[in-house]
Write a protein that binds this ligand. Structure first.
Ligand code: SF4
Ligand code: ZN
Length: 303
């Protein structure tokens, strides 16, 4: 089969949700155009922005850094990697993230040891009552630490590698549980609501996991294929496999779901005004309670 774009080379992949087949070169150009459209549609990158890019060692964040670096070479980028302290797994992640930073020629890089920064690691939390549901506190730690490091580096945006599959799986759960306020906040661009809270951008939000994986493969980016040893309890992975069943009957399900959320549902919702964020009594970072969730986790990690 010939490539749908150049009509010259042999196609090496077919998109499951559209009648399109691509050769590797046209596929990479297609993915980059898709990201560029998402970025410009949502005003994610403005001239002179200092952008923090979260790099985990996995495929999504590697593709994120590679494409942003390629499309916006004049943006000031700070690469951030968190060493979560997960036995063996985190050492591999640090190695691959460092290799990627070097390959991409990033001059500003922060590789931060979570234990040194917060006083406990995700490996430490695995020894507490959180052991069977680590992803939830781990997610809170990552959001907190990435924001704090981005803020301390003077960045105005924090880019993360969430793809379409991750986003739809999260939204699905929020809608099912009626957590409307949380769902509304999940947008391609979440603006800052506190001087110490850096705006979030998700440039890969319209790319499927398949597109990200194939792009990483064709570009030969250094990525960790192994899964986190705690992922077997991840609700996100369970939801993603459920969605893949729906997709077999409804191939465009994920794109339609996201489009409805961003364009049709959330603009029509009127939510009560959110309580202004205050600052945590212990660390000074933004929170809606007296003490932020990460400072509360610190206390559990010590017990
Ligand atoms: Fe953290 Fe869960 Fe991801 Fe492992 S799978 S890095 S515990 S969120
Ligand atoms: Zn705190």
């Amino acid at each position: 089969m010939l490539c749908s774009s150049c009509k010259n080379a042999q196609a090496s992949l077919r998109l499951p949700y559209a009648p399109l087949s691509f050769c590797p070169a046209c596929f990479k150009a297609f993915v980059e155009r898709k990201v560029q459209r998402t970025v410009s549609k949502h005003g994610m990158v403005k001239g002179g922005d200092k952008i923090a890019i979260a790099v985990s060692g996995g495929k999504d964040s590697a593709v994120l850094l590679h494409i942003l670096n390629k499309l916006y070479p004049s943006a000031e980028a700070v690469g951030i990697h968190l060493n979560l302290g997960i036995p063996k797994y985190s050492d591999e992640c640090v190695k691959l993230a460092s290799e990627l930073f070097k390959l991409e020629g990033l001059s500003q890089v922060a590789i931060v040891d979570v234990k040194r920064c917060l006083g406990f690691s995700i490996g430490d939390l695995a020894q507490t009552r959180f052991r069977s549901k680590l992803c939830s506190p781990c997610g809170a730690v990552k959001r907190y630490a990435l924001n704090r490091i981005a803020y301390e580096h003077g960045c105005v945006k924090l880019a993360t590698g969430h793809n379409l599959d991750d986003t739809v799986a999260t939204l699905w759960d929020l809608y099912v549980r009626g957590e409307v306020e949380q769902a509304v906040k999940l947008q391609p661009l979440t603006p800052s609501s506190h001087p110490k809270l850096v705006a979030r951008i998700r440039p890969l939000i319209e790319l499927t996991e398949f597109e990200v994986r194939m792009y990483a493969l064709y570009e030969q980016l250094p990525i960790l294929e192994a899964e986190c040893p705690y992922a077997k309890n991840s609700k996100l992975l369970k939801r993603k496999s459920l969605i893949s069943i729906v997709e077999k009957e409804y191939p465009d399900f994920k794109h339609t779901f996201l489009k409805s959320h961003v364009k049709r549902i959330t603009p029509r919702l009127t939510l009560p005004e959110a309580k202004a964020l205050s600052e945590c009594e212990q660390c000074g970072m933004p929170t809606s309670s007296r003490v932020c969730s990460v400072c509360r986790l610190k206390a559990y990690a010590k017990t």
